[in-house]
Design a protein around this ligand. Structure first.
Ligand code: BDR
Ligand code: CA
Length: 312
């Protein structure tokens, strides 16, 4: 199984990413780290613990990370995720709390304690924790297997005309992460906007008939309304689990190598991920982006994980 650390800000789609990882035997979830993003650090950390409680998962370590971006003020996504960050569901009260270690140290120590080339980082929120970890212990860059992140997009946006939320919230951190010479797979909006939770997909999940299936369906009800009201979508794009799906089955999407950089200055383009598509990627190119999703396979993986979690 692939050993991963999920760095997230739950968040409706982050919650689905957590469940997808938990329910797959192909994924060994070593820990969940949290980052201020969709809501404040306090709220998203509570949500991460509560989602684990919902499925009675009480052993995987949860470490709280940075409350705000490297340089800028935190901008939350209440319009998409509500005041709690996970509006629309009744969360159980967590029976445990975070570990006594900062997320940045948890990330560094986990990578350094494992064999080189065995840990995959999966960020699905702003990249502040990951950038901090790179700066604090640069040796992690050559030790991780790869970074598979949800963020950015090839010249599409959702938090501005050309910038995606996770990158726009902390562009300086994203700059650090895209410039470090590790393998980065950017699962951006061009891919995740294909992962739409249509009513038919939602009914298929409901048909599993477990409390976890119902929980996911309730998350999607809220997400559908929020995306309809604020982003002009009929069905909500379920961004974050696309990263985990790629690690379970790389055939779930096609990827293309290209140099990718992050705009940290532009008036109109702040937080844009700029991919250079003028020529075939150079041999030493260490960045790639996800292009085409196998939609049926994606929802099959989600279905299987929820089924595997069973009664929770
Ligand atoms: C990203 O922003 C957040 O609101 C979602 O959880 C996802 O990680 C999509 O732009
Ligand atoms: Ca997220």
């Amino acid at each position: 199984a692939r050993k991963i650390i999920l760095d997230c800000d739950p968040g409706h789609d982050d919650a689905v990413a957590i469940l997808l990882a938990l329910g797959s035997e192909k994924i060994d979830l070593l820990g969940i780290t949290t980052i201020g993003g969709n809501q404040t650090l306090h709220k998203v950390t509570y949500n991460a613990l509560a989602v684990l409680e919902e499925v009675k998962e009480r052993t995987i370590p949860v470490a709280a990370g940075c409350a705000s971006p490297l340089v800028r003020e935190l901008e939350v996504a209440a319009s998409v995720h509500g005041d709690t960050g996970l509006d629309g569901v009744d969360l159980p009260k967590p029976s445990r709390t975070v570990i006594d270690k900062h997320a940045v140290d948890f990330i560094i120590d986990t990578i350094m304690e494992h064999e080189p080339g065995t840990i995959t980082l999966v960020p699905t929120g702003p990249l502040t924790n990951i950038a901090m970890a790179v700066r604090k212990e640069p040796m992690i860059v050559e030790r991780v297997k790869e970074v598979v992140l949800m963020g950015g997009g090839v010249h599409v946006g959702n938090w501005s005309a050309v910038a995606e939320f996770n990158i726009k919230v902390d562009p300086e951190a994203a700059h650090v992460v895209f410039h470090a010479p590790w393998q980065v797979t950017m699962v951006g909006l061009d891919l995740t906007h294909q992962a739409l939770c249509t009513p038919a997909r939602q009914r298929d999940i409901e048909s599993i008939g477990t409390p976890t299936a119902k929980f996911v369906s309730q998350l999607m009800d809220f997400f559908r309304k929020a995306y309809a009201q604020n982003q002009g979508f009929v069905d909500p794009p379920v961004h974050d689990p696309c990263t985990v799906a790629y690690l379970i089955d790389p055939n779930v999407m096609t990827v293309r190598k290209a140099p990718i950089d992050v705009e940290t200055h532009g008036d109109l383009t702040l937080g844009m991920t700029v991919a250079d598509l003028r020529a075939p990627a150079p041999a030493d190119c260490h960045t790639q982006y996800a292009e085409k999703l196998d939609v049926d396979r994606f929802w099959q993986l989600i279905h299987e994980s929820i089924e595997n979690i069973g009664e929770g």
